[in-house]
Design a protein around this ligand. Structure first.
Ligand code: ZN
Length: 412
């Protein structure tokens, strides 16, 4: 999807602000001799920005608006090295709330809803984003933050919460807990807004069935406001994203070339109106595709598909490139196993091995299930994994992101 004239004007405005501010990216643009961009073609030649740049700008090098206009910072959780700090102006905070309220509306959530927010509040963008969007919409926020499942369920019952905001792992944990305690008839949830990690169709179906709710995927990342830049509508054909605030491209993660609509590649985002820390062509490392054509809901906002993983999730096993999503898709065709799985890769006697752990109940022959899964992986990906079948409930569940792929080849 080519950048349009209006979006180009906004990009030029951001370039001007960056250069004038002498911020980290302002200097970079100046050094590269870039002061404006005149066409869609020229736009695709602009240099990318990367998370590693953002780290180099630590702590406040990205600040592009005058300090007196900065009202808040957020930080993305870096597992390695320095974190990334993103400064926000009053307008940035408001724009984010407008986008988030639009997400809730797209999910059919109204002022009359009661929204229980379980993502964390603090330096990272999750909880506070859900909260500001809720208040902008005019719904009632129940700001729980993560953890304390007893209290979560009690508030859910007593306040008759209608919307649950959480990660998919935590939604599953709550769903299982509600089933275990036999309190489903006391729960009034209608919808779930689920963010921040890739999840399988199987897991989605399971949460949706157990809780009897409609689920919506929300997209976003701290570097680009936070969650709330896109969500699926009632037709569930990908996530609409807000192209009046961001311009989104899909590129080949290896060559950096733009890919035609419909092809899967890496999401690259340009912020069109952000003041505190504008980003031009930011590489998200998230894999998806632009869904061509118009949605049946009639909304004009373009769509991207569900996030299929990260470019850096790609595993090389016995010389074959594999994405966890491929394994997950295969596992999804086995109704006898649960939605939880774990992949472990190690190096044994000079050879890469992959072990896949899955869960089933005593109603199935564990050995037979393992054999059929191994055969199917061999048939569609080209190598034979070792499949281990365990009882349902044995694999780890977590409140945050569940680590499903563990590569032991790079551990001590
Ligand atoms: Zn739609």
């Amino acid at each position: 999807m080519q950048i349009n004239q209006r979006q180009l004007e906004l990009v030029n405005d951001r370039i001007k602000a960056l250069v004038a501010s002498d911020s980290f990216y302002g200097k970079k643009l100046k050094e590269a001799g870039i002061t404006s961009v005149s066409s869609a073609e020229e736009f695709t030649k602009l240099p990318f920005s990367e998370k590693s740049d953002l780290r180099d700008a630590y702590p406040l090098g990205l600040m592009t608006a005058p300090e007196e206009d900065i009202v808040r910072i957020h930080s993305s959780s870096g597992t390695t090295g320095k974190p990334v700090i993103i400064p926000y102006t009053r307008k940035d905070v408001d724009d984010w709330a407008v986008m988030f309220a639009r997400c809730y509306e797209t999910a059919g959530i109204t002022k009359k809803d009661r929204i229980q927010i379980t993502p964390g509040y603090g330096l990272w963008t999750a909880g506070i984003g859900f909260q500001n969007g809720c208040e902008k919409l005019g719904a009632m926020a129940v700001p729980m933050g993560p953890g304390n499942t007893d209290k979560q369920l009690q508030m859910m019952e007593d306040l008759k919460t209608t919307v649950l905001c959480s990660t998919s792992s935590y939604a599953l944990l709550l769903a299982e807990e509600i089933a275990k305690r036999g309190i489903k008839d006391k729960i009034h949830l209608k919808k779930g807004v689920i963010g921040s990690e890739r999840w399988s169709k199987k897991m989605r179906d399971r949460i949706s069935e157990e809780l009897g709710i409609e689920l919506y995927d929300i997209y976003g990342l701290t570097e680009i406001y936070g969650p709330g830049i896109g969500i699926n509508c009632e037709y569930n054909t990908g996530m609409h994203y807000w192209d009046d605030f961001i311009y989104l491209e899909i590129i080949d993660p290896v060559t950096g070339e733009n890919l035609p609509d419909g092809e899967t590649g890496e999401i690259v985002i340009t912020t069109l109106v952000k003041e505190g820390a504008p980003l031009i062509r930011y590489r998200t490392h998230d894999l998806s595709r632009i869904i061509p054509g118009k949605c049946a809901c009639g909304r004009e906002y373009p769509r991207i598909d569900t996030i299929m993983g990260r470019t850096d999730d790609m595993m090389k096993i016995k010389g074959v490139n594999v994405f966890p999503a491929q394994i997950e898709e295969i596992l999804g065709t086995f109704p006898e196993i649960s939605s939880e799985y774990q992949i472990r890769i190690s190096h044994l006697d000079g050879k890469d091995t992959m072990r896949i752990y899955v869960e089933t109940s005593g109603n199935y022959d564990f050995n037979d299930v393992a054999r059929r899964i191994a055969e199917k992986v061999k048939g569609s990906i080209g190598f034979t994994p070792i499949v281990k079948v365990v009882e349902i409930g044995v694999l780890p569940r977590s409140m945050k992101k569940t680590a499903r792929v563990i590569d032991e080849r790079y551990e001590e």
